[in-house]
Each structure stands twice: as C-alpha cells, then as structure tokens.
Design a protein around this ligand. Structure first.
Ligand code: CUA
Length: 157
C-alpha cells in the first residue's frame, strides 16, 4: 500500500506526540506528585455530628504530622484558617454540608471536589513558609467568590 510521505510524516509525528504525552503523565504522577483524587469514604451530610467531622479542625499526629477535618458549606470553610510549622506533612479530609464545592490550595498540587456525602482526601508536605490561599473553584451560588480560607505555614526558627 502506498502512503504519501506527508501522511507518513504526520503519522510518525502523532505517534511521537502520544509517546511524549505518556511520559508527561508518568512524570506528573511519579515525580511532580500530582494525585488523582478519589473518594475516601462516605458520610451522611445531614448527620456530620456523628462522624469525624463533628469537630472540624487541625489535629497533630506526631512531629510535623498533622491532619485537618474541614467542612465546606454555603459560603465558608470550617475551619477557615489553620497554622502549621514549616516542613509539616498535612493530610486534609474534606466534605460538604450542602452542595458541591471545589477546593484548591494555591501554589500546591491540592485540587479537590468537595461533595456532600463523600470524603475527599489529599496530602501535602509544606516545605516553604508563607500563607497559602484556598479558593472554592466550583460555582456554588451567589457568594461563591467569597468562599476562601488559608493555610499559614510558619517558618522554622
Ligand atoms: Cu463553594 Cu463555590
């Protein structure tokens, strides 16, 4: 079968692109730490008081090891501010009390959907001190743009 050389060139180019994309995804997953979020469990959004979300907030698990249980609701995060020392490994557990929200921590790879009835989880090591802004990136109503929070990472002495 005769294949025109331009068509052959495009075929090779396309195959080359697929190979580049494959390694780009592999690099993102293994080297850059991009995590595909997946549901970590289920909760009854009408009865969060009977779950680990009864007392949202930061808990210390060990030296530089923290977890935070956080609730998204119209139109705030609870808690809306947490402070951890530089170098801390923080695991976030999130759920929603009402509608679907988005959860993005600026300057990190943390980017989750926060869905009523479902627990979303992400882990990140905060090596650089500073204030990390959190925004809701799923339109959730009139005050969606005000739904912000922050993680403060304090410099080690
Ligand atoms: Cu919550 Cu937008």
């Amino acid at each position: 079968m005769h294949i025109h050389r331009y068509e052959r060139a495009w075929a090779y180019f396309s195959i080359g692109l697929l190979i580049i994309f494959f390694f780009a995804v592999l690099t993102a997953a293994l080297a850059a730490g991009v995590q595909l979020p997946s549901p970590q469990g289920n909760v009854d959004p009408a009865n969060l008081a009977a779950t680990d979300f009864a007392e949202p907030g930061l808990r210390q698990l060990g030296p530089q090891q923290y977890e935070v249980y956080m609730i998204g609701q119209l139109w705030s995060w609870q808690p809306s501010e947490i402070t951890i020392p530089q170098g801390s490994k923080l695991t976030l557990y999130l759920t929603s009390r009402d509608v679907q929200h988005g959860f993005k921590v600026i300057d990190t790879t943390i980017n989750l959907m926060v869905v009523p009835g479902q627990i979303s989880r992400a882990t990140h090591v905060f090596d650089t001190p500073g204030t990390y802004q959190i925004v809701c990136h799923e339109y959730c109503g009139l005050q969606h743009h005000t739904m912000a929070a922050k993680i403060i990472v304090e410099a080690a002495d």
